[in-house]
Design a protein around this ligand. Structure first.
Ligand code: KQY
Length: 370
């Protein structure tokens, strides 16, 4: 069984490991809501199945699916992937799943953040979100991991750690009044120290242009190893992303991590600009209480939204003009890991990408990164 603890991970000697540390597995959810995924979610389901298949080549994958979709999902998902019945409001396991913490002595627990659909009634993306807010707890039950119920509203996509004491976040998301109003930057830093076991917080400004999560870090930048960060980039000065990426680059350039190191920043040119087509928008069944999808809307496409698996990296393919270059750059950042591209436009149409739909379970024991 999974106990609910009333302490914090840092107080108990636990911390969040980096995504590039060894994994015991990966969790995902199955998309089905027709007011977010076009054509009754069929194209998105194919994309999710391909992502699951790619990750399953590196580590065990479990997908949570509603009872309504169980049979259909089983026919689409590779046999190696475990399917469990699990209710949710949508399919963003990064944000609704637990953030796992370890103690380096074989202990593994999970943080169950308070979830408000990326902003609650002040700009959130759908209502209700009650089933989503239970997902982390249910995953922790299945994993037999003890649970910390955080006092903070947060999402897995809003945080990236280097595993050596440094946290990367954006002001646009973490300081947004629709997450934890009343908490100052300093108070939020103290909260993250307590929940994630970090010592230093590096604040970037805005996230990727038009990112509907209020600028999650996981679409803009991530650690590729301690002391090194990949950053979404464009050289197109007129693109609104130019100012955002340049500001992030300057902040990263000036920053020191928890160990006092300067960071090496790797620019990862973004795809596009990509927009939703009229046909794609028509396929989404608009409904009150869910974000509307409009033809011509700029999509927040980014190659940084990849998933680092054991000995592999699973990368979204988004634009035939830029995919090959992105795969090459990412392969250079991860020597020793196999880089696999998966067509991911259908995931992007729902508002996120491969990192957003996955959540790693770190290996509990202490061992060097694969
Ligand atoms: O970026 C993420 N981690 C999630 C994206 C959620 C989009 C909801 N439509």
């Amino acid at each position: 069984m999974s106990r609910t603890l009333n302490t914090t991970p840092a107080a108990d000697g636990f911390r969040m490991p980096a995504e590039y540390a060894p994994h015991a597995g990966c969790w995902m959810l199955w998309p089905e809501r027709p007011d977010n995924w076009r054509d009754d979610a069929r194209p998105a389901q194919r994309a999710f199945a391909a992502v699951a298949g790619a990750i399953a080549g590196f580590e065990p994958v479990t997908i949570g699916v509603s009872s309504r979709q169980f049979e259909l999902a089983r026919t689409q998902i590779p046999a190696a992937v475990r399917l469990v019945e699990l209710s949710s409001n949508d399919a963003w396991m990064r944000d609704v799943g637990p953030t796992f913490v370890v103690d380096g002595r074989g202990g593994r627990r999970g943080i169950d953040w308070r979830f408000n659909a990326w902003g609650g009634l002040d700009g959130g993306l759908y209502f209700p979100w009650d089933e989503d807010d239970l997902v982390a707890r249910k995953v922790l039950e299945i994993e037999r991991a003890d649970r910390y119920r955080a006092t903070l509203v947060s999402e897995g996509g809003a945080i990236h750690v280097d595993g050596e004491g440094t946290l990367l976040v954006t002001e646009q998301c973490v300081l947004n009044r629709n997450r934890n109003p009343g908490l100052s930057r300093e108070q939020l830093e103290a909260e993250f120290r307590a929940w994630l076991g970090v010592e230093a917080v590096i604040w970037l400004g805005e996230g990727v242009f038009n990112d509907e999560t209020d600028g999650h870090i996981d679409n803009l930048a991530c650690f590729v190893r301690p002391g090194e960060v990949a950053l979404t980039w464009t050289d197109a000065r007129r693109d609104p992303q130019f100012r955002i990426s340049r500001d992030a680059w300057e902040r990263l350039h000036d920053a020191r991590d928890a160990r006092g190191r300067r960071l090496k920043v790797h620019k990862l040119p973004m795809p596009g600009p990509l927009r939703m087509s009229a046909r794609e928008a028509r396929g989404v069944h608009a409904r009150d209480g869910a974000k509307a999808r409009r033809a011509g809307e700029r999509l927040a496409g980014s190659y940084v939204n990849f998933y680092i698996a054991n000995r592999g990296v699973v990368v979204p393919l988004l634009d035939a003009r830029t995919d090959r270059g992105a795969l090459k750059r990412i392969a250079a950042l991860f020597p020793g890991r196999k880089v696999v591209g998966v067509p991911a436009r259908e995931i992007l149409l729902g508002g996120g990408n491969i990192h957003c739909i996955t959540q790693q379970v770190p290996a509990a024991g202490e061992s060097p990164p694969p």
